[in-house]
Design a protein. Sequence first.
Length: 727
Amino acid sequence: MTDFTMDKGADDVAIITWDVPGKSMNVLSLDGAAELNALIDEALADAAVKGIVITSGKKDFAAGMDLNVIAGMKQGGAQAVFDGVMTLHHLLRKIELAGMDPKTKKGGKPIAAALPGTALGIGLELPLATHRIFAAENPKARIGLPEIMVGIFPGAGGTTRLVRKLGAMGAAPFLLEGKLSDPAKAKSAGLIDEVVADPLQAAREWVLKAGDADLVKPWDAKGYKMPGGEPYSPSGFMTFVGASAMVHGKTLGVYPAAKALLSAVYEGAMVPFDTALKIEARWFTNVLMNPSSTAMIRSLFINKEALEKGANRPEAPDQTVRKLGILGAGMMGAGIAHVSAMAGIEVVLIDSTQEAAERGKSYSTGLLDKAISRRKSTEEKKAEVLARITPTTDYAALQGCDLVVEAVFEDPAVKAEVTKRAEAVIPQDAIFATNTSTLPISELAKASARPDQFIGIHFFSPVDKMLLVEIIKGRETGSRAVAKALDFVRQIRKTPIVVNDARFFYANRCIIPYINEGIRMVAEGVSPTLIENAAKMMGMPLGPLQLVDETSIDLGVKIAKATRAAMGDAYPDGAVDHVIFRLADQGRLGRKTKAGFYDYDEAGKRQGFWSGLAAEWPEADTQPELTEIQHRLMFAQSLEAVRALQEGVLEDIREGDVGAILGWGFAPWSGGPFGWLDMLGAPRAVEIAEDLAAKFGPRFAAPQLLKDMATKGESFYGRIGAGNKAA
Ligand code: NAD
């Protein structure tokens, strides 16, 4: 079983083909790198070989480094990581120098890369080390360096080469934002050299006619000057000062990879190429040894993918959805119809009036028009997608639907009625799902004649943007319903988590205490600016006050009233209600009314805090420590996640972490609440929780599970072992 094979043709060009057995996409492993190394040595040593082309036996070139390998490299410690990275550098540098004489730069063998499709991460770093990159005319192909998205940065020379090729400014979107391009755009950005119908043939022809000068990279030639200027030139100085400020402004210092990347670029730009590679390797090692990168790779890549591939899917035959019924064409129903039609599913979209149903469909029209104006779609595609959505008031149109998703008003009586009406029409074996955000699934299932085929599929708003879908099992939900929901979520390319039925399920259960803690602090006289910044400096995308403005304050009021009614005297959030009821009374319902905790201008753009806020809740003379505010905001969410696990609402911490990041943006650098608590360590987490509980109340009391872990010296991921279920 080999990942790379070499074939020397009659024209004396050695074709090295990358084709990892048993995988649909090539990923580089350490064994694979060793094989490639041996083949390059063989080809360079073979006097008969005139040139080398590296290509792929699959429809794409490569998806990157095997992230499981990267996660594994850490086990050996920093030196092992550094040595591993340097091995890759040596290999790629060998390709780049191609056996040429170090002084005269003559006598090397031309090496080209032929990319049939997508080339990501090391799948681009390897081509960047060759002398010319040919890509196929394949608009679906994605080319780029997405490492930063999982908390690392291109560490196999991609950083150093791209900056020297494009300059710091030109390389910034690719390195700092992980921007991916199709081949045509990659060519115009200077990432690759040629886009052709047959890249293998073109590369073959090129290596045969390339001369010595074609093999010398600009940075290996005399008099090389970095595009845009070195850091100590006037223009370079401006670039680096600006980049530093921009990166810090965006990340507030919580993402170690972005900072390390900038350091590697800055320090690397001031030294010769080979030293720069060593610097890149050191910073890469530094980032890899940071617990944040482990946590991000684990949640955002390994576990996210495992959940998408059905890690928690019960055994059941394929449940692919063919015809979907949606009840309620409001904001959620329209969004669900859109993503489903985009995935090729036939949709019947029902509302109580034809006009409302049509309005739901027109939401899709709007999104598709926008996509066309941005050249992300075409008129044909639009017509195709819209033709799949049938807006109607007629329940008989639900005949033949194998899944129904109900998204009518949040009212049990209305939901019960539509459940019965739909079940009278749909096939006996169809699955019925509700998109309720607050009502217990087991209660709603009472309206169903087939409660084992009744389930919660909880989308987040806006449906077309949010990546997470929460699947909720009611008391009687059967395993085929779970499989159906999971297969549906897979079809619409979102990430599922499966939880048990309990108040607010999982995501809302954790996000509400975060919002409430922020609002409590306002009532206590903590500066709203301090609250919001404390949250952002922990890596939360939105402060709690901005978040409640976005989700709307009247929704908060509604939830508070319903929760109080359900909990009676045990209701703990009176202090919060005082604030939001007061805002709601004044018509300040959040962004939608252009008035909430913040002021908004006519166009709805957020301005500063509402000037009346300080009059209603004056800021105290003495403000708390930043860390204390951060602990309150983070523990409010994380302890709730632990309680959800302890109570069995959550069955798998992987779902708890992935769901937290995708569902409500829980500090992605931490890998999620369980990853974060593991970084703190259970004993320290218990200590902080107990301190907070003594000062602010029992909502911060450490759950028994966490206390037990502290006593036994356990961690969440240690308890379950990598990749296993928690339960
Ligand atoms: P919405 O008010 O925008 O839409 C509800 C739609 O249902 C309306 O178009 C209404 O005409 C229609 N409807 C009402 N009764 C009907 C009936 N008997 N037959 C057919 N259609 C009927 O509400 P929404 O925000 O889309 O929420 C729908 C559901 O999704 C609710 O259960 C809500 O809790 C849940 N949800 C909402 C969000 C959110 O952020 N808005 C997020 C997750 C879940």
